[in-house]
Ligand binder design. Structure first.
Ligand code: SF4
Length: 445
């Protein structure tokens, strides 16, 4: 159990020296108890006290990474039940499952198709991370061969799914270099699976038929020295599974129950008979509280909306998403192309750039830093003033790329025309449409 603020206070030096950034040791203790401070901020904690406090200062849900390479990903590390309380940190990892009896050529085709499912949004590359290899017939050689093919020929990281220790050992030997997640230790195989995970320093999923069963198993494996666990409460009924996920998160955060302070895994692929229902369930787990979600397949239709949902859920609600200030060429513009200017609020950028792209008219889009505010809000807040916009146009380098000195400002910022003209003498300042949907018609006209 986590220590209370008063229990932590008793272990601190009580000198109120303020070096930790707060006025008193008591205030620091309270911050530490609520996860708002790091123990290292106090340089005067004794080693003895540090050992006792390490539990209190550890994140309530253990953070660690799964996999290696470019699709290596963090999981766990969450500190709040609801996103609006602070933020969620580790996006739900998406996996697609293959059986260990899949033919090499079929797997090659699948990996190629899945690898192509990458989408650029807000300057980020959105893509799924994992392939789950499921033992379907107890053939350790076949299991290892599929795991090896996934690990060696694709960027995807691997979940090894079997409850047979010999099969798991073969899989780990084949793809251990990619730090796969082992799934799953149960009451029956915990000793063998724990030994394999410990010997190879691998994350280990544990499966029980209830949250209580998970607690006992988690305590046993952490007692064996396994630190990186993933929890599967076992239910394949959507309602019960949803309740279990919420219960685990609540127990870890509100009750300080360290035995369930780990990321979770969910299996929509075992809960639905078609990919549409699977996708709907996966969407539920992204919102509450699946750290890893295993699907039966990746298709553009299921992965794209899930990636977008994930992007929206796992962003800091207190910080608007932004794009980098600069010049964005769309549809291969040249020196005769028009120049539009807008703000750096990510949603504004994507709507405007999407409409320009759809128009197929070559265009330069200038994105001015407005601290992540949309056009109307930025203008009202003085972050998109005429003189600022004019100076940005002069400095951003667009002058060297075009012949005609003309820019188009957003319709919602029409009031800044005069100030822009003053800042850019000799330029033609045109007021564009208010709504992005009217941009294609405007550009074509
Ligand atoms: Fe107390 Fe340590 Fe903070 Fe100083 S730095 S006020 S001793 S908690």
């Amino acid at each position: 159990m986590a220590l209370t603020g008063i229990q932590i206070f008793k272990l601190l030096p009580k000198t109120n020296c303020k070096e930790c950034g707060v006025p008193t040791c008591l205030a620091f203790a309270m911050n530490l108890a609520s996860g708002k401070a790091e123990l290292d901020s106090c340089p005067y904690v004794s080693e003895e006290a540090r050992a006792q406090l390490s539990e209190a200062s550890a994140p309530p849900i253990r953070p660690f990474t799964i996999g290696k390479g470019v699709r290596k990903a963090a999981t766990g590390g969450e500190t709040v039940q609801y996103r609006h309380e602070k933020t969620f940190y580790s996006p739900t990892l998406l996996a697609a499952q293959v059986g260990s009896d899949i033919a090499a050529a079929d797997l090659e085709a699948k990996l190629k198709a899945w690898n192509a499912l990458q989408f650029e949004r807000v300057g980020l590359n959105l893509r799924p991370e994992l392939v789950a290899v499921k033992d379907v017939n107890g053939d350790a050689g076949a299991f290892a061969a599929v795991a090896k093919q996934v690990a060696e020929t694709s960027e995807f990281n691997v979940i090894l799914i079997t409850e047979d220790a010999a099969v798991m050992k073969a899989g780990v030997d084949a793809c251990g270099f990619k730090r796969p997640l082992m799934y799953a230790a149960t009451e029956a195989n915990a000793d063998d699976f724990g030994a394999i995970a410990k010997d190879n320093d691998l994350p280990l999923a544990i499966k029980a038929d209830s949250v209580d069963g998970l607690t006992a198993l988690s305590e046993k494996l952490t007692g064996m020295g396994i630190k990186d666990l993933v929890l599967d409460p076992g239910s394949r009924d959507p309602k019960q599974s949803n309740q279990d996920m919420i219960g685990i998160r609540r127990a870890a955060l509100k009750d300080g129950n360290r035995a369930v302070g780990f990321p979770t895994i969910a299996f929509p692929c075992e809960m639905a008979s078609n990919i549409d229902v699977e996708t709907m369930l996966a969407a539920m787990y992204i919102a509450k509280y699946g750290s890893i979600v295993v699907l039966s397949d990746f298709t553009g239709e299921n992965v794209f909306p899930l990636l977008l949902e994930r992007l929206n859920i796992f962003t800091d609600p207190q910080r608007p998403m932004t794009v980098t200030e600069g010049i964005y060429p769309i549809n291969n513009p040249d020196e005769n192309s028009r120049v539009l200017v807008t703000t750096n609020f990510a949603l504004t950028y994507f709507i405007v750039s999407g409409e320009i792209e759809a128009s197929k008219v070559p265009t330069w889009l200038l994105v001015k830093d407005s601290e992540g505010l949309s056009v109307l809000t930025a203008w009202a807040a003085g972050k998109f003033a005429g003189d600022d916009v004019g100076m940005f146009v002069k400095k951003c380098g667009i002058v060297d790329k075009i012949k005609n000195q003309e820019i188009v400002i957003p319709g919602y910022a029409a009031a800044i025309v005069g100030d822009v003209e003053e800042e850019l003498p000799g330029w033609t300042i045109t007021v564009g449409p208010r709504e992005a949907a009217h941009i294609p018609g405007f550009l074509k006209a």
